[in-house]
Design a protein around this ligand. Structure first.
Ligand code: KIV
Length: 278
């Protein structure tokens, strides 16, 4: 049985922390699912860590659906959340419904995530009314990087902190099943977490959120362009991959790979016969 949004909300009620991670492909999603990760986000971070774009802004619906399908195929238990890309839900409620429906119907996801607070609350309400579970995302919203003037901490001033609090309340009231808090000062995340009944999931938002989310490529040390302050590398797979590649290249060059173990045999008499004919 797949984990439901009700199960996620119950985790907050029980005080059980929620580990959420991103995935973009079948094999990784399968590992996450087997490890018991309850929420897998097909994040639009895909654009940066998989597709090599400079930001998440160029990511398209078709790219997201392609990767969502792969992640869904790799999972049996996790709740899969599809991240709605830039400008696919602000232009109209119709666009938001149409694009969110693609994640559910074509992609096979069980929920969508979108960035923004009070100003997207009506859209969230409509999606939820139409049966599409929504995860909110406030604080640093990377799709607005140009408006924000860079990737920075959001909510240090009294005014912005108060706005984030009312954004979280607005998303809760609109029916969001959880809210991602990105790059928010830890004491403010704690207050928001205490004030809303739905789980908060932090990334660079301190330890008091109900859950944590990390980009899998950061956690595994696979993405080497930069390491965000909020990321912890639990493995250094880029180094391991470099080591494996160097060994492979040197074995191929020296004739050490493949050996008999990686080769196929056949009836030698057939080869003898072929070699002596013509
Ligand atoms: O795209 C993404 O990976 C995200 C997470 C950082 C929350 O939005």
């Amino acid at each position: 049985m797949r984990i439901t949004i009700g199960d996620i909300k119950d985790m907050k009620k029980r005080g059980e922390k929620i580990p959420m991670l991103t995935a973009y492909d079948y094999s990784t999603a399968k590992l996450l699912d087997e490890a018991g990760v309850p929420i897998i986000l097909v994040g639009d971070s895909l654009g940066m860590v998989i597709l090599g774009y400079e930001s998440t802004i160029p990511v398209t619906m078709d790219e997201m659906i392609h990767h969502t399908k792969a992640v869904v195929r790799g999972t049996r238990r996790a709740l899969v959340v599809g991240d709605m890309p830039f400008m696919t839900y602000y232009t109209s409620t119709y666009d938001a419904l149409k694009n969110a429906a693609r994640f559910i119907q074509e992609g096979g996801a069980q929920a969508v995530k979108l960035e923004g607070g009070e100003f997207v609350a009506e859209t969230v309400r409509r999606l939820v009314e139409c049966g599409i579970p929504v995860q909110g995302h406030i604080g640093l919203t990377p799709q607005s990087v140009h408006q924000l003037g860079g990737y920075k901490v959001i909510g240090k001033s009294r005014e912005v902190a108060a706005r984030l609090l009312s954004d979280a309340k607005a998303l809760e009231e609109a029916g969001a099943f959880s809210i991602v808090l990105e790059s928010v000062p830890a004491p403010l995340s704690k207050l928001i977490t205490e004030r809303v009944s739905v789980p908060t999931i932090g990334i660079g938002a301190g330890k008091d959120c109900d859950g944590q989310v990390q980009v899998i490529s950061d956690l595994l040390g696979l993405f080497t362009d930069f390491v965000p302050k909020h990321a912890k590398q639990y493995a250094r797979l880029a180094e391991e991959i470099r080591r494996a590649l160097a060994e492979y290249i040197s074995e191929v060059r020296a004739g050490g790979f493949p050996t008999a173990k990686q080769s196929y045999t056949m009836d030698e008499s057939i080869i003898e016969e072929l070699a002596h004919s013509s």
